[in-house]
Design a protein around this ligand. Sequence first.
Ligand code: GLP
Length: 242
Amino acid sequence: MEVVIVEDAAAGGALVAEAVARLLARRPDALIGVATGSTPLPVYEALAAMARRGEADFSRARIAQLDEYAGLPPGHPECYRSVLARQVLEPLGIPADSFLGPDGSADDPAAACAAYERALAAAGGVDLQLLGIGTDGHIGFNEPCSSLSSRTRLKTLTERTRADNARFFGGDPGRVPRHVLTQGVGTILDARHLVLLATGEAKAQAVAATVEGPLTARCPSSALQLHPHATVVADEAAASRL
Ligand code: GLP
């Protein structure tokens, strides 16, 4: 595992955006896995700035979603498909039909998860998967004790994650959906390059467990230790317990 420590979140965002731009220069139709949450926002802002300056061409890029809330109606502003349309597709000018994701509003979530696995495989697999990390070491929505070989499936969120994400739902954890569809840890490990970005002191424990802790389902992000090409980019605060 490669660990890169940067000064702050903006520097981390710029570094990861450069890696994405280099990939697209090599492979213009790369399938890029994107994450939600606050952490990747500097990456998306840096990519949008590159697009405006004509330094990167996103016209053939394809985007894959990491996870999705279950049960929110299509078009709900906080469903991750909507969030990623606002934060990634629209600013980078990527057409909606270049976007792959699980259908969080499906009546049959298991079938929707299986369909998403098939779609990822048919697309040739994810070239670069951007990951954030939960304070408990979750990646995607693979909460602690998720199987390290899991595939895309329905999961129940922990109270801690619902509290962490309440800020997107008017501050009320009770309004955060209980269930989600998430790429499994095994699905995530199939990507050719994993880039985990972590910023801020609140992530320091999870980053230390990811990089230096035992490989354990109790910390799903420790599965990055199994991957032949995994990069952890942490700012000084998030790296402070390494
Ligand atoms: C959610 C997402 C994760 C993300 C995590 C951390 O749980 N499903 O993909 O990594 O939040 O979010 P933040 O970056 O806002 O701390």
